[in-house]
Design a protein around this ligand. Sequence first.
Ligand SMILES: Nc1ncnc2c1ncn2[C@@H]1O[C@H](COP(=O)(O)OP(=O)(O)OP(=O)(O)O)[C@@H](O)[C@H]1O
Length: 413
Amino acid sequence: MDREETMVCASMTKDPIDKLLDDAQSGKSLFKNREVLHFTFIPDVILHREDEQKKVTQSLLPLLKKSRPSNLLVYGKPGTGKTLVVKKVLGKIQERVKDNSFPIQLLYANAKEETTLYGLLVKLGRQLGLTSQKELPSTGLSISEVFNRIISVIEKNSLNTVFVIDEIDYLVELVSKSGKDVFYSLTRANERLKKGTLTLIGISNDLTFKERLDPRVLSSLSEEEVIFTNYTVGQINEILEERIKVAFIPDTVDQAALNLCSAMSGQEHGDARRAIDLLRVAGEIAEREQSDTVKEAHIRRASLKMEEDKETTALNSYPLHEKLLILAVMKASGNTTGEIYQSYKNLCKITRQKELTQRRITQMLSEIEMTGLITGKIIHQGMHGRTKKFNLTLNADIVKKAFKEDLALEDLL
Ligand SMILES: Nc1ncnc2c1ncn2[C@@H]1O[C@H](COP(=O)(O)OP(=O)(O)OP(=O)(O)O)[C@@H](O)[C@H]1O
């Protein structure tokens, strides 16, 4: 075997892990600084949000003058820069007041990440220094006691606190399960505080959530309001252009790819988060392929991948019987509720699960329908009344791939 043949042979037999690592080390990178594409990055310039930045700053100005600002409610569609603007304004204020006698303490929690109101309050309490289980146990106290302990620390240390609660609409759900009055108390905490202050900033992307609030809570939560409008496709394009300058090596993102990315993210309501995510994923795909630039095709593939990832996450988060039911829709001989139930019972038999009643399964089908993974249509059958027919909206391969990890479903895939 001559030298060339030996090399060809070696590259054919190369360990697949080594090959990938070698390619990554020797190959060119398209990114200059990948971190700036992460959603927590705060850019120097926030484009097209001049008005909103001014309003949020004005509303929080009293902090600079050592007094308490009004509670503030910020709302607008997802990815319109709400969190970014609030964090930037608060960061700048904190920078200016850190040496004076009115230091402010920022506390941040995302209500969507918590499953109980108790959990949310504990998260805030920990940031106030109630770090031990003795000071604030993770479970077991009444909600009002947790709240009292938070208020006591603020008072004892004369703290000027700003509670930022992102996705506050989820708090409404948490509150409806327990502690209605605590939400009210939180918005009115200042009336109770003899020393220190508490300002609440609520951020929401559900424009209808206000209608679900108790009017008393609403009036104190939204003493001031700032509404974030949607970005246009052109604005998204400019936001992306700025981000590309700091994230990518010059001239590595094709103009056509940039335009497509803005158009895809701007179509619905101008979601800057989606646009930046799409660009990041496309960049990773292009880099993996060792392409010289990010092209339109990479944006399209990134969009498909993100859609698939979202569906896979949704599918995996279902409990076992919902998963069985989705597979039953896929495998049923027809698509009426009766045929799907028959198919579901078969799958229960194979997996040795105790089947649920038809009534419960019909209800479950409607619940899954609401998430969009299946669609239902009522069919009128003349004198035989009417029936509902269900279809999967997803590609069957995505379902199989998602459920592959679930050992209980092994025999069905
Ligand atoms: N005007 C802008 N200039 C630069 N980047 C922006 C701008 N608006 C939003 N972004 C970026 O878009 C992403 C989403 O922004 P942000 O988290 O502020 O949105 P949001 O309105 O709070 O969304 P959600 O309601 O879903 O939490 C972040 O990465 C942010 O840096």
